[in-house]
Design a protein around this ligand. Structure first.
Ligand code: ZN
Ligand code: ZN
Length: 377
C-alpha cells in the first residue's frame, strides 16, 4: 500500500484466521425501514447508504427523520458555487418577497418522525452519497463516496418549494475534477474510503474517460463491476471495462453493488470487506486498500484466503467450485476444487500485466471476484 497510489497487491498482510468478513455495499439506496430490513435480513453488516435528492449522507441512520433534509443541509450549490456551510431553508425563505413565498410550499415546521425505528445493534455505518449531474460531462457520471460527508443537490426535485428558482441547484454542477476534489476533502478517515465510479457500463464511458477519472486521484478507488439495478437495462456487468482498464497497468478496484432495490427486494451485489476490526474506520480502510472481494448473490460461498506473494497466487474457497484466472490475455486458467494456485512465469509478467481470480459455485450460481494483483511496477 502506498499513499500515492492504489494498492497494487491487495490482501498482503491479511491475517485470515483473525480478519472480520463484513458484508456491505458502497451503493445502496435505502429510504425506509422496510428497505433496511430487506438488506439486513439478507446479511448486510456495513451500511453506506447512498441516497440522493439531496446527495447527503444518511448518517447515522438513527439521526435521519422525515424532514431532516427539507429543513437544512450542511453544504449546497448555489449559482454555480459550492458553499461549505449549513443552510437553513426556513430562514432562507423568510428573506424572499411575500409574493414570491406564496408561489411555493412552505418548508415543514419540524424534522418529523424518525425514518428508521429498528436498526440492528452492531450494524456498522459510514457516510456516503451518490453525487451526479456534474458540469460539462454526461449526466450519467454518478459517483458514490464512502467516507465522504459532503452534501450536494437538494430535495426539491419536483420544484414545489422554490429552491431552484432561488438559485439552489440540483446535482453537482461543477466540473467533475472540482467536484471530486471537494468530495475527497471531506473524507472522515484519512486512510479510508474514497470515490467509486457508479454503473460505468450503463453510463457508457469510454476507456479514456474511465482512465481519466482514475488518474485524477488514487482515492478514486475503482468502478462498479457489478450493479444489480442496471440489469433492468442489461448493463449490470462492467467486467469488460474492468479488464480494459487493468490492461493499461492501472490498478482499479472492482465493487459489487445493489444500487436501487428492485421489486421483491432481493439484494445482489455485495463486497465482503476484510476488516481488522468491526468498525467504520476499519471497513473504510479495507475499501481503500482493496482488501475485499465481490460476491454477486451472497450465498455463503466464500474465499477462505487469497494470497499473492509476488509470484504465486493462491486461494481457497469454503466449498467446491470452479476457478477462472483472468489476465490481460483473457481467461488463462480454469480449475475445479477448493484450492487454487498459479505461479507467473517471470518472462510473462508484461504479457499478463495483472491477475484476478473468479470462483464460481455451479450448485448455487454464486460467483466471487477477487481484486486484481498487478504484476508490473
Ligand atoms: Zn446512479
Ligand atoms: Zn444509485
Amino acid at each position: 500500500m502506498t499513499d500515492s497510489g492504489r494498492n497494487r497487491t491487495p490482501y498482503s498482510g491479511i491475517r485470515w484466521e483473525k480478519v472480520h468478513r463484513i458484508a456491505g455495499t458502497t451503493h445502496m439506496h435505502c429510504e425506509n425501514q422496510a428497505e433496511l430490513t430487506a438488506y439486513t435480513s439478507q446479511g448486510l453488516e456495513f451500511a453506506a447508504v447512498s441516497n440522493y435528492y439531496p446527495s447527503a449522507p444518511w448518517f447515522p441512520l438513527a439521526s435521519v427523520r422525515k424532514n431532516t433534509f427539507k429543513l437544512r443541509q450542511k453544504s449546497f450549490l448555489r449559482q454555480g458555487k459550492l458553499f461549505k456551510e449549513e443552510i437553513d431553508f426556513r430562514k432562507e425563505r423568510s428573506l424572499w418577497e411575500a409574493s414570491d413565498r406564496e408561489k411555493y410550499l412552505p418548508f415543514p415546521e419540524d424534522e418529523g418522525e424518525k425514518i428508521f425505528t429498528d436498526i440492528p445493534a452492531g450494524l456498522i455505518e459510514a457516510p456516503n452519497a451518490e453525487h451526479a449531474w456534474f458540469a460539462g460531462i454526461t449526466p450519467y457520471l454518478h459517483v458514490c463516496s464512502p467516507g465522504c460527508t459532503l452534501h450536494t443537490s437538494h430535495f426539491d426535485r419536483a420544484r414545489k418549494y422554490g429552491l431552484c428558482e432561488h438559485g439552489f441547484q440540483l446535482g453537482f454542477p461543477l466540473p467533475w475534477k472540482e467536484g471530486f476534489k471537494a468530495l475527497l476533502d471531506t473524507l472522515i478517515v484519512p486512510n479510508g474510503g474514497g470515490l467509486v465510479i457508479a454503473h460505468p457500463h450503463e453510463s457508457h464511458f469510454s476507456l479514456e474517460e474511465l482512465c481519466g477519472f482514475l488518474d485524477f486521484d488514487s482515492r478514486v478507488l475503482g468502478i462498479e463491476v457489478y450493479n444489480h439495478n442496471s440489469s433492468c437495462t442489461y448493463n449490470d456487468s462492467a467486467e469488460t471495462e474492468w479488464d480494459y482498464i487493468l490492461s493499461t497497468n492501472r490498478q482499479c478496484f472492482g465493487f459489487f453493488v445493489q444500487d436501487h432495490l428492485m421489486k421483491g427486494r432481493v439484494w445482489k451485489g455485495r463486497n465482503i470487506l476484510l476488516a481488522e476490526e468491526r468498525t467504520m474506520e476499519s471497513c473504510l480502510q479495507a475499501c481503500r486498500k482493496g482488501n475485499f472481494y465481490g460476491a454477486v448473490l451472497g450465498t455463503g460461498y466464500a474465499f477462505d484466503y487469497i494470497n499473492f506473494d509476488g509470484r504465486t497466487l493462491t486461494a481457497r474457497c469454503n466449498r467446491e467450485g470452479v476457478f477462472q484466472l483472468c489476465s490481460r490475455c483473457g481467461v488463462i486458467m480454469d480449475s475445479a476444487g477448493k484450492e487454487f494456485s498459479f505461479t507467473v512465469p517471470e518472462n510473462e509478467r508484461s504479457k499478463h500485466v495483472y491477475l484476478r481470480l473468479m470462483a464460481w459455485e455451479p450448485d448455487t450460481w454464486e460467483r466471487l471476484y477477487t481484486q486484481p494483483v498487478m504484476l508490473l511496477p
